[in-house]
Write a protein that binds this ligand. Structure first.
Ligand code: SF4
Length: 360
């Protein structure tokens, strides 16, 4: 199949691995920001093809994992509100909050429904006119435009009982926050192809210009990832820091202006709380005043007390790329995908879940 088979060619992968080996002159730490890359790297066994000098670390690019405990508590508060149907993507229901999870609330009778798209949530609102349907808007720039489109469509159709709890995050400000940490030793970023298809490569300008770290926008097949690593290794070896596109079949400098138009029509930048990274200025999205009627924060009382991380969980350090999951004392013992303690073990894109699934 075009665009699939050619990027899964084992012989090409071996050639790329040999070129990486010849290019790397010193140890380098590369961060794959996105959880989809983390899973793909494990699934295809790519670490075993790389020289020891290349260390791959995972970053804060799993949307469920970076959702702060406090925000999970906010979702739970919503689920406990009489007359509210909470619509959400699947992984979020299993993430533990301070004392409960959406799944536990569901088992106790709360109306929490898994949906596959924001338009499904809109349909739920149409079919349940006596209830308030709140969609939990988590994710990065890939999902925010679709959520915005659903809110615009709700206005167009006059669906009054649909609102969104906006918990979206923006990736470039998080990369800059990571680099501002003196303990961070990332030499270059494997940037996500899908997010960049929306935001465009120009979004990484500050990372390369102010922080002098190369960024390579990379697809998700094994040949994509190895090619992306080779481009990064070449930049680092040459002392360059530029934005390069490996994922040419999807990403461009300008991104997707249509999707961005939807996103900025409904949302504006706001400070956001990230698990592991704290509050980062301008790294989230809030609903614009013109769409205040669709803003769940304004429609419901969602004030919750500050929340602590689960006892013993080291997700914060995993998300910063400071430790690998097996360094967490709970990994594989008290914390497993069946009985997760932290969100990095819950999500299909979580780093701890990837290490657990492909351990050994
Ligand atoms: Fe948190 Fe579990 Fe990962 Fe430890 S293994 S960091 S407890 S998710």
């Amino acid at each position: 199949m075009k665009y699939i088979d050619e990027y899964r060619d084992g012989a090409v992968a071996q050639v790329l691995a040999a070129r990486i080996e010849r290019t790397v002159e010193r140890p380098m730490r590369l961060m794959e920001i996105c959880g989809t890359h983390t899973m793909a790297i494990f699934r295809h066994g790519l670490r075993s093809l790389l020289p020891e000098a290349i260390e791959l670390v995972s970053g804060p690019g799993c949307p469920v994992c970076v959702t702060a405990t406090e925000d999970i508590d906010r979702c739970i508060r919503l689920a406990r509100t009489p007359g509210v149907i909470v619509a959400t993507f699947g992984d979020l229901v299993r993430v533990p909050g301070s004392r409960s999870s959406l799944r536990l609330e569901q088992a106790s009778g709360a109306d929490v429904r898994m949906v596959y798209s924001t338009m499904d949530a809109l349909e739920t609102a149409k079919e349940n006119g006596r209830s308030e349907v709140v969609f939990l808007g988590i994710g990065f720039e890939t999902t925010a435009p679709t959520v915005a489109a659903a809110m615009i469509e709700a206005d167009r159709q006059g669906i009054g009982n649909f609102s969104v709890l906006a918990l979206h995050k923006l990736l470039p400000p998080a990369m800059e926050a990571l680099l501002a940490d003196p303990d961070n030793h990332v030499d270059g970023f494997i940037c996500p192809g899908h997010v960049t298809t929306i935001i465009g490569t120009s979004a990484y300008r500050d990372v390369v210009e102010h922080h002098h770290r190369p960024c390579v926008v990379t697809g998700f097949e094994p040949v994509d990832i190895l090619e992306g690593i080779l481009l990064l290794a070449e930049q680092i070896a040459a002392g360059r820091a530029e934005v390069e596109i490996q994922y040419r079949r999807g990403a461009s400098a300008d991104g997707n202006p249509g999707a961005l138009r939807f996103m900025w029509e409904v949302f504006e930048p706001a400070d956001a709380l990230w698990r592991g990274l704290g509050s980062i200025p301008g790294s989230g999205l809030k609903v614009r005043e013109a769409y205040a009627a669709r803003d769940a924060r304004l429609r419901f009382d969602l004030v919750v007390p500050p929340a602590a991380e689960p006892a013993g969980c080291r997700c914060a350090e995993v998300l910063r790329g400071r430790i690998r999951p097996p360094e967490c004392p709970l990994f594989g013992r008290r914390c497993t995908p069946q009985d997760p303690v932290g969100p990095c073990m819950v999500s299909g894109e979580g780093t701890c879940a990837a290490y657990y699934r492909y351990r050994g």
